[in-house]
Ligand binder design. Structure first.
Ligand code: ADE
Length: 255
């Protein structure tokens, strides 16, 4: 039973590759994939690409070409929920596309043909990811000093693990007023969103279509506000790959 580990960022993938036993690099659909064993489990490591279409293509290739039995996503996200801060970790409970709008033909945010807006992540895989993420967050809290180049927002703060709704869309949200508008309009419709990113909902939809389990963990790199474009690259360079490495290795040991 092969597990796909889909990363949003090359930094995350490259932190996992050195741990592979019998590594094999393959090219398919213009993408690099790594096959091997990680913590005694057969895995395929892949990069999602940026945005929903790229992520859906990669997820489809993982199922069709590599025959994976489940997909686990690791990446970063912008925090939009109250108290979802830089350095926190969000394990997705379910996903929604915040830029889906086929109204008035379908209710706002509903995926046409699916009679719903939200797609649930696999409960058992998400529970294991939550355990792995919580352990990593408590051991990392307080270690993000400004000397490591991490944003002031993450320095010396106790971090938290959250579990809830994540929204994806083909936009890097980088203005506080946009972030508030997005969060408030979703909340008014009963969707209390914790974080935004650009790929997860597409992968959730592909996994739903193929009937395979999906789970996702996202480290908060920015607050999707006016400094997001500064916080994001700094966080990616300094923290994201370490988080991905520790959470995914701990997760695989629990499988
Ligand atoms: N991924 C990380 N930060 C993000 C943001 N602010 N908007 C969309 N995707 C993100």
């Amino acid at each position: 039973m092969t597990t796909a580990i889909l990363s949003a960022l090359p930094e995350e993938q490259s932190s996992l590759v050195p741990h592979l036993l019998h590594p094999q690099r393959l090219v398919h659909a213009g993408r690099f994939f790594w096959r091997g064993d990680l913590c005694g489990r057969p895995v395929v490591l892949a990069l999602s690409g940026i945005g929903k279409v790229a992520a859906a293509t990669t997820a489809t290739a993982l199922v069709e070409r590599f025959g994976v039995a489940r997909i686990v996503f690791t990446g970063v996200a912008g925090g939009v929920g109250d108290g979802v801060n830089v350095g926190d970790v969000v394990v997705a409970q379910d996903y929604l596309q915040h830029d889906m709008d086929a109204s008035p033909l379908f209710p706002r945010w509903e995926i046409p043909g699916y009679t719903r807006s939200r797609l649930a992540c696999d409960t058992a895989l998400s529970a294991l990811l939550l355990e792995a993420a919580s352990a990593c967050v408590s051991s990392a809290s307080g270690q993000f000093g400004s000397k490591n180049g991490v944003t002031a927002a993450a320095a010396g703060v106790l971090h938290r693990t959250h579990h809830g709704l994540v929204a994806s869309g083909d936009r890097f949200v980088s203005a506080a007023d946009e972030s508030h508008r997005l969060r408030n309009s979703l909340r008014d419709a009963g969707h209390d969103v914790l974080a935004v990113e650009m790929e997860g909902a597409a992968v959730a939809q592909v996994c739903h279509d193929y009937g395979i389990p999906f789970a996702a963990v996202r480290t908060i790199s920015d607050r999707a506000d006016d400094t997001a474009h500064v916080d994001f690259p700094l966080f990616v360079q300094t923290v994201a790959s370490r988080y991905a490495e520790h959470i995914m290795l701990a997760f695989l040991q629990k499988l």
